[in-house]
Design a protein around this ligand. Structure first.
Ligand SMILES: C[S@@+](CC[C@H](N)C(=O)[O-])C[C@H]1O[C@@H](n2cnc3c(N)ncnc32)[C@H](O)[C@@H]1O
Length: 388
């Protein structure tokens, strides 16, 4: 039984713009496996088409990301695995990225991260399959996508390989759509895009695992730059995944290390991340502290504890949040990471609490990444040097 190929977009009321016909022509469910793991408020759940056909259709038509591979394919069984490594992106996220891409008839597009093949099929429906190339690192994922594309009657070029290298054979491209998160923009994408062309991708520092969609316009001089639009959360390219710090490397032995510095803070967890988990304050802090990671421990009452770990040295910090403006702070190592977060937060407040869309990114001709606020001539400072 076929049920409502456009339901995810219709239900959310997101305007479907000039992509409407493509979304109608290419139903998402053709690209979903028999067993899949949609994201819910409580985490990922297993949905099997054989065991629960109604549930499968409901989730296939829902506006949620659906994991289709765990642990680079080493996962077995039907329970969710440890790390989501391939997925069908959330339909509204796909549409918003397509809108950012601002394609025109006949535009030649390179997609990085084929995944299920659904985006490549949508691009093919909109632009013609001869204009679409998509690169997927994982051989099994790429093969599965090719099969689904065949069933859907679409035949874009699917390349198995490292998308960080682009696909020079098909260059130059008018548009590059990246459906997997990056910390560093590879020069190859810029070099393979026509001057005046556009690259859209989820980009973020290692601080939070979050990213924001950025739209880079490629200039004649080999630079690329543009603004962020909104927060998102995409899995990262395989080689830029975060190696999560080992707690014992930072705090060896029992109890607090001898150099632990204690203080209190009036800054609350809600001022940093708010309920959405996609707060502009958190994004701003991530830009000022690109060389550290943060994590939160939550309780049913909300955020309880925040941890920060330096990525370039063994600095660490933790905050036990309480209700009365006097949360306990413990910090150790050469840097005082919590002090840096406070400085970064103050910097953001003093600039009028700018949203994601006020920040931008430039990639220089020699590959350096410069984040800015308002305009390219106003770089966002790295906070570490200011507070040491
Ligand atoms: C979120 S999924 C893409 C979703 C896809 N656009 C769709 O419509 O289903 C991200 C994909 O990027 C792939 N990937 C990760 N690192 C990559 C790399 N270096 N080059 C190409 N693909 C990569 C993953 O294997 C995964 O399939």
């Amino acid at each position: 039984m076929e049920r409502g190929p456009r339901d995810p977009l219709v239900e959310t009321g997101v305007p479907t713009s000039d992509w409407e016909a493509a979304f109608e022509a290419v139903p998402r469910h053709l690209f979903l496996p028999e067993v899949m793991w949609p994201a819910t408020e409580e985490g990922h759940i297993t949905v099997s088409r054989a065991d629960d056909p109604d549930g499968w259709w409901r989730w296939a038509n829902a506006d949620v990301p659906i994991v289709t591979q765990w642990d680079d394919g080493r996962h077995t069984g039907s329970a969710p695995g440890a790390l989501a490594t391939s997925s069908s992106s959330m339909p509204t996220a796909v549409l918003l990225m397509f809108d950012e891409l601002s394609v025109f008839d006949g535009a030649k597009v390179l997609e990085i991260g084929t995944g299920t093949g659904w985006c490549a099929a949508l691009l093919s429906a909109r632009l013609g399959e001869a204009n679409v190339v998509s690169v997927e690192l994982d051989e099994t994922v790429a093969d599965t996508a090719r099969k689904a594309l065949n069933v859907a009657g679409r035949h874009p070029k699917i390349v198995t390989g490292d998308g960080l290298l682009g696909w020079p054979e098909g260059a130059p491209y008018d548009r590059v759509l990246v459906t997997v998160g990056v910390h560093e923009v590879p020069r190859a994408w810029i070099e393979q895009t026509r001057p005046g062309g556009v690259i859209v991708m989820p980009w973020g520092t290692r601080y939070s695992g979050q990213n924001a969609i950025v739209r880079l316009a490629v200039a004649d001089d080999g630079t690329a730059g543009g603004r962020f639009s909104r927060a998102t959360r995409f899995m990262h390219v395989r080689s830029q995944r975060l190696e999560w710090p080992e707690f014992d490397d930072y705090l060896p032995g029992e109890g607090w290390p001898a150099d632990t510095r204690r203080s209190v803070t009036g800054l609350s967890a809600a001022q940093i991340v708010d309920e959405s988990d996609y707060a502009a304050s958190d994004f701003a802090i991530s830009l000022l502290l690109p060389d550290c990671v943060r994590t939160f421990a939550r309780s049913p009452q909300g955020l309880q504890t925040m941890w920060l770990f330096g990525l370039t040295d063994r600095s660490w910090a933790t905050v036990y949040f309480d209700e009365d403006d006097s949360s306990q702070v413990y910090q150790g190592g050469p840097r005082s990471l919590w002090d840096e977060v406070e400085t970064a937060h103050r910097w953001w407040v003093e600039r009028g609490r700018p949203g994601h869309e006020e920040f931008g990114l430039t990639v220089t001709a020699d590959g350096r990444q410069e984040v800015w606020l308002g305009e390219p001539s106003a770089p966002v400072p790295c906070v570490a040097s200011a507070v040491r």
